[in-house]
Write a protein that binds this ligand. Structure first.
Ligand code: EPU
Length: 426
């Protein structure tokens, strides 16, 4: 149960042209689970996390926490018990950090609890330059001394002292790292121009459940009153809005009809608004939402911006859906500087899409045809998967491991909705 799976070179074989139909349960959010796992380092007590998705990024984070000295146990069914009483190692293991961007969150937590932390520049998806100045500037503002130790960034300072911090950019993990570092600092920290994503509000809920005092998370001003110590907590990870959005676009693109159980429509305003605008029927209700595809859609223009705007993580899957809309659509990426690579993969299916800088220009509707394409990263892979589900004929999607990093039981969930998807081992 507890063994991490190695990254595989498997691919997916997809026979497309089948409308997705039925009911799918949305998993816990990757980008809420990973910060929550890092937050367990803030206390010596045991934390219980439920609804943690069984995805490779979670296994990677678990391995990093273990190297740092935490006792990490998966009980199955998404229940993880983490007790960082023995965590006394302040250097994150570089060989593991390279696989996972979120690993950098251990910096803030270790700095808060142990007064010292070191971590290499983390890996993760190649979607742009992804600097760390917001994170490091935040630590410095709290009084930490910064430097380099070999391949690692190094931060040291105890006690940290609360400060008023302005973020040049509302970085999601930058905000989270500052919240983690400030949770045990002396005095109050105010983060101005903070990121407002629901996962940040969740991290605040977790730290508050541990005895912390954070207000305003989920807005652009977050106030963190440092406390002397934090205790264990029991949290249920919020539903994954990006997984929900991925299924919603897949259902619409295949002209299907699916109930997304546990999807949280309040976290998907921008997507739902755009889907309705192009003609998709979306109904929201307690405990989920239903997406009903139509035969024809209208083109539109969308831009990926920080929350509550359309998530950059949904930009590629929306583009895949818009290949089925009549007219010329524009999809503009305003968060990362290199997130249009999927355009070349969509073209392999016959999509009429070109990228001009950070904009994809899509002419539709185009009938898609089976092709061999690569999952370039988690979300680019999801866009190619949607094209394959729509396409007539057989497609092969290579580098399935990218999808394994972020989507729980993707093949099984798609098969449950009638898709003909198989995993091919290499
Ligand atoms: N940025 C800076 N300085 C920094 C940090 C970021 O300029 O110190 C810039 C980046 O270059 C980018 C923008 O800020 O242009 C947004 O980056 P952000 O820091 O907000 O992204 P992140 O925290 O590294 C998280 C998610 C990503 C998601 C982004 C944006 C996690 C673990 N990752 O990354 O998720 O795309 O926010 O919403 O929460 C994914 O799940 O596939 C994924 C890539």
């Amino acid at each position: 149960m507890d063994t991490p799976r190695p990254a595989s070179r498997d691919s997916f074989r997809i026979e497309g042209g089948v409308p997705l139909r039925g009911v799918v349960r949305i998993s816990g959010a990757k980008n809420a689970a990973l910060p929550a796992m890092a937050a367990t380092l803030l206390t010596a007590d045991e934390c219980l996390l439920e609804n943690v998705p069984e995805i490779d990024d979670v296994w990677s984070m678990a391995r990093i926490l273990r190297v740092l000295g935490a006792d990490v146990r998966s009980e199955g069914q998404g229940r993880w018990l983490i007790r960082a009483a023995g965590a006394n190692e302040t250097d994150a293991p570089s060989d593991l950090v390279v696989h996972l961007r979120a690993s950098f969150l251990v910096m803030g937590a270790l700095l808060a609890r142990l007064g010292e932390a070191a971590c290499a520049a983390p890996g993760g998806d190649v979607v742009g330059q992804r600097p760390l100045d917001v994170h490091l500037g935040g630590f410095r503002a709290l009084g930490a001394e910064l430097g380099r130790r070999g391949d690692k960034f190094f931060a040291k300072g105890k006690p940290l002292r609360g400060a008023r911090i302005f973020l040049d950019y509302p970085s999601v993990m930058g905000t989270e790292n500052i919240m983690l570092a400030a949770a045990l600092a002396e005095g109050t920290t105010t983060v101005v121009n903070a990121a407002a994503e629901p996962e940040i509000a969740f991290l605040a809920d977790m730290i508050n459940a541990m005895g912390g005092r954070i207000r305003g998370a989920g807005s652009h001003t977050v106030e963190i009153e440092g406390v002397e110590r934090l205790h264990g907590a029991h949290l249920r990870i919020i539903p994954d809005r990006i997984e929900a959005g991925t299924f919603a676009t897949a259902v619409a693109a295949t002209r299907g009809d699916v109930e997304l159980v546990e999807a949280q429509p309040r976290h998907l305003d921008a997507l739902i608004y755009k889907m309705r605008e192009i003609g998709v029927q979306v109904s929201e209700h307690e405990g989920g939402m239903r997406v009903v595809g139509q035969q024809s859609y209208r083109a539109t223009a969308v831009q990926a911006v920080p929350y509550p705007g359309l998530a950059t993580d949904l930009q590629a899957v929306v583009a895949a859906l818009l290949t089925q809309a009549g007219g010329v659509s524009f999809v503009h990426e305003r968060v990362f500087d290199n997130r249009m690579m999927y355009v070349g993969e969509l073209r392999k299916f016959g999509a009429e899409v070109v990228s001009a800088g950070a904009t994809a220009v899509i002419s539709g509707p185009t009938p898609l045809i089976g092709a061999t394409a690569r999952a370039l990263d988690i979300r680019a892979g999801a866009a190619a998967m949607i094209a394959a589900l729509v396409a007539e004929g057989v497609s092969t999607l290579t580098d399935a491991y990218h999808l394994d990093r972020g989507y729980e039981l993707l093949r099984d969930k798609l098969r449950g909705l009638g898709a003909r998807v198989e995993r091919v081992a290499h």
